[in-house]
Design a protein around this ligand. Structure first.
Ligand code: TYD
Length: 206
């Protein structure tokens, strides 16, 4: 019997307002046109842990950075291996998974206030958490993201101030340096027209 080829896990990262949603939708369409099966997902997930996280992100419940790291970790394990719609199910059936945020966000966001090494170890040493085939970082200046957030929303989440976003962008780059060649990370200049960015991303995958 022929073995099914595994799908790929492609993760999108970037600051809030960096255009991840648009690029994920464009890549989904392009891959489908190539005849691939695609599943689009995001973190935090729709699980009950994801609900706790959204409450904290919205500023409704205050949580310590270590507690947030652990909750994101639990949500990520669920996201990988839960038997109903865990990413592992799709990947093993040959379906490409496009995921909006992953552990790099925990490193950059929680790693600002919690011990970065500890947050990295929690995620990278956990065998239930799959290493992505590719991480695409959409790089847009914090100022530009801030303008987009200001236009598009009535309220801001806890991390969505200009100063915090500047710190987070710097943290992402520190983390990418630390990870070096152990991960396949591509940084894309995302302050260009959406079609141009999408073209670059599709070329990366062919
Ligand atoms: P986001 O993709 O911006 O969702 P939305 O567009 O619905 O706001 O992600 C939500 C927030 O979660 C974002 O501010 C980053 C944060 N986050 C972390 O702090 N750590 C993590 O591990 C993840 C996955 C997200």
């Amino acid at each position: 019997m022929e073995k099914t080829q595994r799908g790929r896990l492609i993760v999108f990262e970037g600051l809030d307002g960096s255009g991840k949603g648009t690029q994920i939708a464009m890549l989904e369409e392009a891959l489908r046109k190539q005849g691939r099966n695609v599943y689009v997902t995001a973190e935090p997930t729709a699980s009950s842990t994801g609900g706790l996280l959204r409450d904290a992100l919205g500023g409704h419940t205050r949580r310590d950075a270590y507690e947030l790291s652990a909750l994101f970790l639990a949500d990520r394990i669920f996201h990988n291996v839960n038997p109903v719609n865990g990413m592992e199910q799709y990947i093993s059936q040959g379906i490409d998974v496009l995921c909006d945020r992953y552990y790099y966000s925990s490193f950059a966001y929680q790693g600002m206030d919690a011990d970065l090494e500890w947050v990295m170890k929690l995620n990278l040493d956990c065998r239930e958490i799959r290493r992505p085939d590719l991480c695409i970082f959409l790089d847009v200046s914090p100022q530009q993201c801030d303008e987009r957030i200001a236009k598009g929303r009535l309220s801001r989440e806890i991390y969505e101030t200009l100063e915090t976003q500047q710190r987070i962008r710097a943290r992402f780059f520190e983390v990418f340096d630390l990870l070096g060649d152990t991960e396949n990370i591509r940084i894309i200049n995302a302050s260009r027209p959406a079609d141009e960015i999408a073209g670059d991303i599709i070329r990366l995958l062919s």
